[in-house]
Design a protein around this ligand. Structure first.
Ligand code: UD1
Ligand code: UDP
Length: 353
């Protein structure tokens, strides 16, 4: 069986690392990786392939830094050409980026089966590019691997039981990745002290709106006066901050590899983020999280009181941090599967003929 895995953005390298390790155990499967090139800096791409021992992509389309239509369109064209040549039995796509949608659409149009890992998630906010990508990808996928029961229920509510596809609750491949790589973390350190707030910020809804971005940064600068805030700065946010000439006074570091990120997660006292993946990783490493968004796809974190959403308002952000610095929630509930998501997914993939 020949599988083509399509990746392009940072969170996809991490998810693919976990599943590729499992695929490699099966000698009858050949996996070929296409990297769309969406993320391309050494510390946004290459570091993950090297440290996480992800198989080297056979193809890199080097498509990045474009508007949504141009980026997705060029990826679609480039991926289709490779699929026509390689003739895989299955294409695997991850998450909700432009690379996800382009990969799924290219495959489906030429009748190649599509497996979507992280299917069924919804923020119910159609302004988010991620929401558009995940809804369209789910709709054309043949195998939908949901990380949570909420994701399965979302699909049922949208009528997926009447659509020709198979839905599985597999657990979350990011839990598998965290379990495996946590044993290897800690060799490289930018930050020597502990008990800082680990912050990441990059979502378009926060960074494309200069007023929102300024409010978040004012709040972070204020919080940093009492608890150090460590911010591995995404290139998107860095560009905006330079363009707007905003004074960011927290501890800024370049984006780090996954092993260092896990080390930071282990040693921080709180997570603040607008990332999807990091909200769950906070839970994996038993840290409370303040999410700088109006909605989250990971609603079980909210109901279990380990995460709160905050409006982009300086006082509310500062207050949310205070609340979460005090809260002592229960981290023992298995929300994302027991680290066997990749095994569950492979069991289903092996049934494809
Ligand atoms: C993308 C995803 C987002 C995901 C994020 C993960 C889409 C629509 N968005 O957002 O869902 O949460 O990845 O990090 O697919 N840039 C660099 N170097 C890099 C990568 C990006 O300089 O290695 C710059 C680009 O030139 C561009 C900006 O960052 O100016 C944004 O990159 P882009 O890939 O469009 O979106 P992300 O914000 O990274
Ligand atoms: N991450 C990382 N280094 C960083 C910042 C994030 O390795 O400097 C990891 C993080 O631990 C998580 C993933 O990147 O596994 C999340 O990706 P990102 O926040 O870019 O995207 P999202 O999950 O929001 O789509």
């Amino acid at each position: 069986m020949k599988i083509i895995t399509i990746v392009g953005a940072r969170p996809q390298f991490i998810k693919a690392a976990a599943l590729s390790r499992e695929i490699a155990k099966h000698k009858k499967i050949e996996e070929i990786i296409i990297h769309t090139g969406q993320h391309f800096d050494e510390n946004m791409s290459e570091v993950f392939f090297r440290e996480m021992e992800i198989p080297k992509p056979k193809y890199n389309l080097a498509i990045n830094s474009l508007n949504h239509g141009a980026m997705t369109g060029r990826m679609l064209e480039g991926i289709e050409e490779i699929l026509l040549k390689e003739k895989p039995n299955l294409v695997i796509v991850y998450g909700d980026t432009n690379s996800t949608l382009a990969g799924a659409l290219a495959a489906k149009k030429i009748h190649i089966k599509v497996a979507h890992i992280e299917a069924g998630l919804r923020s119910f906010n159609m302004e988010m590019p991620e929401e558009i990508n995940r809804i369209l990808t789910d709709r054309i996928s043949d195998l939908l691997f949901c990380p949570t029961q909420t994701a399965v229920d979302n699909l049922k509510n949208e009528g997926y039981e009447n659509i020709a596809c198979k839905i599985f609750r597999s657990g979350d491949v990011m839990q598998d990745a965290a379990n495996y790589y946590a044993l290897k973390s800690g060799e490289k350190r930018n930050i020597e002290y502990n008990n800082f707030i680990l912050c990441t910020l990059h979502r378009a809804e926060n960074t494309d709106d200069s007023k929102k971005l300024a409010v978040i940064i004012e709040a972070l600068n204020e919080i940093h006066k009492t608890t150090p805030v460590v911010l591995p700065l995404h290139p998107r946010t860095k560009k905006k901050i330079i363009d707007l000439n905003i004074a960011l006074k927290v501890k800024i570091i370049d984006p780090v590899g996954y092993l260092e990120m896990i080390d930071l997660l282990k040693r921080c006292s709180l997570v603040m983020t607008d990332s999807g993946g990091l909200q769950k990783e906070a839970y994996f490493f038993q840290k409370n999280c303040v999410t700088l968004r109006d909605q989250t796809e990971w609603v079980e974190l909210i109901t279990n009181e380990v995460n709160i959403l905050t409006k982009i308002d300086k006082e509310q952000i500062i207050n949310s941090v205070k609340i979460m610095q005090e809260r002592k929630p229960n981290f023992s509930i298995d929300l994302y599967g027991n680290g066997k998501a990749c095994e569950n997914i492979l069991n289903e993939l092996l049934k494809i003929n």
